[in-house]
Design a protein around this ligand. Structure first.
Ligand code: GLN
Length: 379
């Protein structure tokens, strides 16, 4: 088999879900919600299954989906996007990111990745032949050093990956931080490839700012996102790439040969999700803020040290006090003995970090409370 396969492993996140299932542990490893999509979206799904469409949609996305997406994003991104020129609908943001990377980079090009990072980005660079340059987000605050970032750009980066709100750190990049990144991207003529799947899961007073909407950034930003986390439909595998016309023309080609297209009946049903009123997003923020505060309260009661998430639904917990030197072994032990499955922090870091674990809290309040009880056993 190919040499490139030796440079990455199977996903540790998804492996931890299998461990959780084997141990019958509460699964706070792979981040997906336990709630269903909104009722009207489920009804639209039933209708689509009964009435179709059942054959391929237009490769770069069903027109109704693209139109609804553009309308929604006009509000949130503040951009007047053309559904026929600026959008490709993909099989989740996983495909969107792979497509973006393959569209932006030649083999051998360098791509800046903030570390810790969502594990797919490492594999995406390897599969597209690009070479990662890692820039640390320093725990516990997960801030970057502008000097370190400039040094990375100076190595000749073709693109930078920006996960905002950030998985796994929970960081929401401030407008000033985004401007620093944007200025460097312009100075060194690089693309910014964003992963914004948690764009609607942000805890006030933090706010999500879209890189593509910053002055003069649309033409060099390839925005990737998905419906998974916003509408509780991770299994529907619906994502998209938004970018300038020239980039999207390339992304359409890559996407066409990678997957042909996302599932047609699900695109049709998801139009209902994209057309939900603004109150839906307000409710989402309120609900997740409550879950976050509740869960952090349980971590406090269990005496754990963590970084307070500003967005997304993950929390990085510092396990130094438990004498952890092998976070993989610790997570497996914890799933078996404490009955809570987490993701070992080392799977997100380029640097040798072995004292952190990632827990997600997209679970019902009852399950979070039960998790709190179990975590007390750690002490
Ligand atoms: N983003 C989720 C996580 O980090 C998982 C997504 C996936 O497994 N495709 O846990």
């Amino acid at each position: 088999t190919a040499d490139r396969l030796t440079f990455f492993t199977e996903s540790v996140i998804r492996e931890m879900t299998r461990v959780a299932n084997r141990c019958d542990a509460i699964n706070l490893s792979q981040g997906f919600p336990d709630a269903d999509p909104p009722a009207e979206v489920l009804a639209a799904g039933k209708r689509a299954m009964a009435e179709g469409p059942h054959q391929y949609a237009v490769t770069w996305g069903a027109p109704r989906f693209r139109e609804a997406l553009v309308k929604k994003q006009r509000h949130w991104m503040g951009l007047d996007l053309n559904p026929d020129a600026h959008v490709v609908v993909t099989c989740g943001s996983t495909e969107a990111m792979m497509t973006a990377m393959m569209t932006a980079c030649n083999p051998g090009d360098k791509v800046i990745i903030f570390s810790p990072y969502y594990e797919n980005y490492g594999a995406d660079t390897i599969l597209s032949g690009a070479r990662p340059i890692y820039v640390p987000l320093h725990p516990p605050e997960f801030n970057f050093d502008p000097g370190e970032l400039r040094a990375a750009f100076m190595q000749g980066a073709k693109a930078i990956v920006l996960c905002n709100p950030s998985n796994p750190s929970g960081k929401v990049f401030s407008l000033e931080e985004l401007e620093t990144i944007a200025d460097l991207a312009k100075e060194f003529d690089a693309f910014v490839i964003t992963d914004e799947v948690y764009e609607h899961i942000v805890y006030p007073p933090h706010r999500h700012h879209y890189m593509a909407a910053l002055p003069d950034m649309f033409d060099r930003t390839i925005s990737c996102s998905s419906l998974s986390k916003t509408y509780n439909m991770t299994g529907w595998r619906l994502g998209y790439v938004i970018g300038p016309e020239s980039v999207i023309a390339g992304a359409r080609k890559v996407h066409d040969f990678l997957t042909v297209g996302a599932a047609a009946p699900l695109q049709e049903a998801a139009v209902t999700a994209l057309e939900l009123p603004l109150s839906y997003y307000e409710r989402l923020t309120v609900d997740y803020t409550r879950k976050r505060d509740l869960f952090l309260g349980f971590l406090d009661e269990a005496g754990l040290t963590y970084t307070r998430p500003q967005g997304a639904y993950y929390v990085m917990v510092d396990c130094t006090e438990f004498g952890v030197t092998d976070d993989n072994a610790f997570c497996r032990w914890m799933a078996r003995t404490v009955g809570v499955a987490a993701v070992p922090g080392s799977s997100f870091f380029h640097e040798p970090v072995d004292h952190l674990i990632r827990l997600h809290f997209s679970r019902s309040e009852e399950i979070l409370a039960e998790t709190g009880k179990r975590l007390k056993k750690l002490k």
